[in-house]
Design a protein. Sequence first.
Length: 240
Amino acid sequence: MVADGAEPRASLINSAEVRFELGKPVRAFSSRKRQRHFPGLWWSSTTGGHVGYESWLERDHLMLLDFDPAVVGIASQPFWLFWDEEGRRRSHAPDYFARLVDGCAVVVDCRPVERIKPRDAAAFDAMRRACELVGWDYRLVGVPDPVLSTNVRWLAGYRHPRYRVPGVVAALREVFVDTAPLIAGAEEAGDPIVVLPVLFHLLWCGDLTAGLGTVLHDATPVTLLERGDGGRTDADATHR
């Protein structure tokens, strides 16, 4: 959907270059009493604005897209795909469209494996084939790794650029040139109460790196991520 609320239609091939990451959702997020899913809005450090989700599963994958340094744009419910199936007209709106730093695109649908019914599977298959035709990556994702999600959710609490305090950033860069335990490094950089929020922000931004396959703790090894190793630039981190 474009900014004025119109819903233009185009052939699949002619849609390949559309900047879907800049559009609005093509359908509203429902909210009612006793519903079993929990819709909401996520403030994205990637876009600097809110992106919608319809369930906690979608929220977690939206969070992971926001955390991914390769992602530079995200939109929810970005477009409708229409196709014919056994003589009947069908449609499906994927959960997310993400633009990557290299210009490529990723389309994401979120659904636990055990909840994929035959009709859903057919829609996901149609979306996958459509993405292949236009050169987009397609991901059908289920429940993410719980440890990774827990760690990233914690770091997300410090994703806003207000946590990027220049003096503390400089001190942490110096401390973690050589790998050091998280708390010990924070104490070396200054008062942990002041330093830790900045440290977590730098972990979110990718200036610092730590293994997120295990739960973050006091002794988690942290190190400076040199530019060229996939980290974000200072400009990226400020935007995010």
